[in-house]
Design a protein around this ligand. Structure first.
Ligand SMILES: *Cc1c(COP(=O)(O)O)cnc(C)c1O
Length: 377
């Protein structure tokens, strides 16, 4: 029986590298509260992403909540996508806002700006698109909508760390972008995240709000505790050194997936977008079969082989009981259809190519496509 294959595997630096990085903490005994490691990682991430005004926080969910708080988005509606992780919608709801769900683009799986515009009302305060799977949202269209209707545009960039668009970091689009540095993400600090904003005043607001609303030790507004600790920052410093190599290894695997799956009738793979430099964080596949059962058949066959693909993102966040019972949710036919058809395949730098070929052979077999001489599993 071969090793179980999960949808992802956390990237970790060599143990000695991490041990060396944290050794200073036994001298400084400064473990959190914007310590030296946090400051160093903040600078490195700003350089890596080519932006200023980045603030490290405890996790990607906290980043979303803080972005809404710091930009003063309250008492109204936020138009967003239901085809995402629960966190995007929950951050809106936990800030006392009403989520309004618009449908997705069928090629990129990202929020469709024309569907968004149709849902704008006097109550709308912000648009929260997601660079889902690291795919680039229609950032120009969202910028136009933001300007035209005076709305904040906040990107959930949890999947998009390191992505470029038109030669610029994707982090430079929108009023705010948030990142998740969770253990399962492309770049991790064990748990962690970041908020990127556009000016000093907003960054100060984020920094203040993630530290109980304190300014010079005195509470000046109602805040929360969202600070990253030094051990996590040290993990980030180490992982960042290896990130480009990790992305390159992922890209090799994405190319292999494309080669094996890209030409199967009825199988839609994650798109290649013009002017975008992706991060190869995820490899989703949509099965456009007639009976609507191929996705589940592939999932089950992979599971039999100890291969754990994931039905990301299913169900839609608008269908979860906590949301559907509280709000009148919009019908989003494309997102609803895709939630039933999508499967996100295992992808990480150490995924053996022979295992990847086992995965694609199973998919080809379930889809009735012949595979010639693939490495035996
Ligand atoms: C992971 C994720 C989050 C939440 O990030 P955490 O670091 O786990 O809190 C938010 N949005 C999306 C799209 C995610 O995938």
């Amino acid at each position: 029986m071969s090793k179980k294959i999960m949808v992802t595997e956390s990237t970790m630096p060599p143990f000695a590298e991490y041990a060396n990085e944290i050794a200073e903490l036994w001298q400084s005994k400064w473990l959190t509260n914007n310590g030296a490691k946090t400051q160093e990682l903040t600078q490195q991430l700003q350089d890596y992403l080519g932006i200023d005004h980045l603030s490290l926080v405890t996790n990607g969910h906290m980043a979303l909540e803080l972005a809404l708080m710091a930009l003063g988005v309250q008492d109204g509606e936020v138009i967003t996508t239901p085809f995402t992780f629960a966190s995007t919608t929950h951050a809106i709801v936990r800030n006392g806002l009403t989520p309004v769900f618009a449908d997705i683009d069928p090629e990129t799986f990202t929020l469709d700006p024309t569907k968004v515009e149709a849902l704008i009302t006097p109550q709308t305060r912000a648009i929260m698109p997601v660079h889902i799977y690291g795919n680039v949202c229609d950032v120009e269209a969202f910028e136009r909508l933001g300007k035209k209707y005076h709305l904040k545009v906040i990107y959930d960039g949890a999947h998009s760390f390191g992505c470029q668009y038109k030669g610029k970091s994707l982090a430079s689009y929108g009023d705010a972008v948030t990142y998740s540095f969770h253990a399962t993400k492309l770049f991790n600090t064990i748990e962690g995240g970041a908020v990127v904003v556009r000016d000093d005043a907003t960054k100060t607001r984020v920094e203040q709000m993630k530290n109980f609303g304190l300014a010079d030790g005195v509470p000046v507004e109602v805040g929360i505790n969202g600070k990253l600790n030094e051990f996590s920052a040290a993990m980030g410093i180490c992982n960042l050194r290896h990130l480009d190599a990790a992305i390159a290894a992922r890209q090799t695997r994405v190319r292999a997936y494309r080669k094996q799956l890209g030409a199967i009738p009825g199988v839609q793979v994650n798109p290649v977008q013009a002017a975008a430099e992706p991060n190869a964080a995820y490899f989703p596949v949509i099965f456009h079969d007639v009976d609507g059962r191929t996705r589940d058949r592939v999932f089950d066959r992979l599971a039999e082989e100890g291969i754990n693909a994931r039905k990301y993102f299913s169900p839609l966040t608008s269908d979860s009981p906590g949301i559907a019972s509280r709000f009148t949710v919009q019908i989003t036919p494309i997102a609803a259809d895709y939630a039933n058809r999508v499967l996100t395949l295992p992808l990480y730098p150490d995924l053996a190519i022979s295992d990847l070929l086992r995965i694609t052979a199973i998919i080809r077999e379930v889809c009735g496509v012949k595979t010639q001489s693939v490495a035996n599993g």
